[in-house]
Design a protein around this ligand. Structure first.
Ligand SMILES: Cc1cc2nc3c(=O)[nH]c(=O)nc-3n(C[C@H](O)[C@H](O)[C@H](O)COP(=O)(O)O)c2cc1C
Length: 372
């Protein structure tokens, strides 16, 4: 299945598997597609170990990383940065989250870890993460939010690494193209994680038209070969899938979240700013009902909201794994509307093969339809 995208990164199938679990990334790349590691939540030394492990699993096959990259890098002590950010969180918000934990009886964490993933949006840590990423043989680097800064584009071009960027509307795509990206990902509102308001069906052809020679992948709402074929029909050079891997054996999400996903319907997600400060699609739970109640504070901007709520999510995840009822009610995670199609957990390699094979069959049927 050769497209401009498979040629660009040197893979067999025009399919990206985006996930934070090294096991998923390795299996997707081994199966002939492109695994991309969501690296924002890792410490630099963890990322180094993950990328080394992935490379050992995949031989010479290509893979990529995805980071939240700020416009400017900064030197400075990460702990100082976190402390100065924490000082900006209003008391009202801290007390609201504490009351929420108490109302659901969520116990304090047993295993403490002072490090909070949200700090990785901070310039000093991203700088270290970028150094780690470029010290490995990555084929692609994706910038999740905003335009990739010139320092990144230059570094990637020198290293022969493809620069990719996610876009949710045409004006984003124009800015990304001006910044010099090699690949656009048109991500529709159906998607899990940070997402805009335009559906993949509308967005993909718009971005394809704006992109000219630059290849475009479609993202958001693609979890089957039929959906993959539809994306190719819209002019995409491939697909970028995130949610579908959450239903894989290798995904590292806590078991209670995976169990909730398996019974969820496509109506059970919402876009909410309560987790990161920017609208992100996630599974609806009691957590969101509490933030929607009269008197609840307004979520803070990024990265303050993540700093505020991440310790609570660590508590919820830990208690939910221990079967705590209140924590199970609150439990949630980023996921797209395709969650309604999850039937069972499967190996990531099987998911990859099923997507490609069903897409191939569907494209063949459509070809015959055109001739009939
Ligand atoms: C659990 C989860 C976490 C995500 N985190 C990020 C992220 O850190 N960076 C990013 O570029 N996209 C992130 N996304 C969005 C994915 O890259 C992808 O665009 C999206 O999942 C595609 O839509 P789908 O969920 O319908 O497959 C995330 C998606 C999910 C489901």
């Amino acid at each position: 299945m050769k497209t401009a995208f498979t040629d660009l990164v040197g893979i067999e199938y025009p399919l990206v598997g985006f996930n934070r679990s090294p096991g998923v990334v390795a299996e997707v790349s081994r199966a002939g597609a492109l695994g991309v590691l969501a690296a924002t939540a890792y410490r630099p030394e963890e990322l180094d170990a993950q990328l080394t492990w992935i490379e050992e699993q995949i031989g010479g096959r290509p893979y990529g990383v995805d980071l939240l990259i700020p416009a400017q890098l900064a030197d400075g002590d990460a702990a100082d940065l976190v402390a100065s950010l924490r000082a900006q969180i209003p008391d009202e918000h801290i007390q609201f989250v504490e009351r929420l934990m108490a109302a659901y009886g969520v116990p304090p964490r047993q295993h403490h870890d002072a490090y909070v993933a949200a700090v990785n949006t901070n310039p000093s840590i991203v700088s270290e993460l970028l150094d780690v990423a470029f010290s490995h043989r990555i084929s692609l680097i994706a910038s999740a939010l905003g335009t990739p800064p010139a320092y990144l584009v230059e570094r990637a071009k020198e290293a022969g690494v493809t620069v990719a960027a996610l876009v949710g509307k045409r004006s984003h795509a124009e800015r990304q193209l001006a910044a010099g990206v090699d690949l656009l990902i048109a991500q529709g509102t159906e998607a899990g994680g940070h997402t805009g308001t335009i559906a993949t069906m509308i967005l993909t052809p718009e971005i394809v038209d704006a992109a000219g020679e630059v290849p475009v992948l479609a993202a958001g709402g693609i979890a089957s070969g039929r959906q993959m074929a539809a994306a190719l029909a819209l002019g995409a050079a491939g697909v970028w899938c995130g949610s579908v891997w959450l239903a894989s054996d290798e995904d590292i999400a806590p078991a209670p979240i995976k169990a909730k996903f398996l019974v969820a319907t496509s109506s059970d997600t919402l876009r909410s700013t309560t987790r990161t400060g920017k609208p992100a699609r996630q599974l609806r739970s009691a957590w969101h009902e509490e933030w929607e109640k009269p008197g609840a504070p307004k979520p803070l901007p990024m990265p303050l909201q993540s700093l505020l709520v991440q310790p609570a999510w660590n508590r919820i995840d830990e208690a939910a794994e221990a079967g705590h009822e209140g924590a199970l009610e609150l439990e949630s995670y980023f996921v797209g509307q395709v969650v309604g199609s999850f039937a069972r957990l499967r190996p990531a390699a099987e998911i990859t093969r099923a997507l490609v094979e069903e897409c191939r069959v569907r494209l063949g049927e459509l070809g015959r339809l055109a001739e009939s």
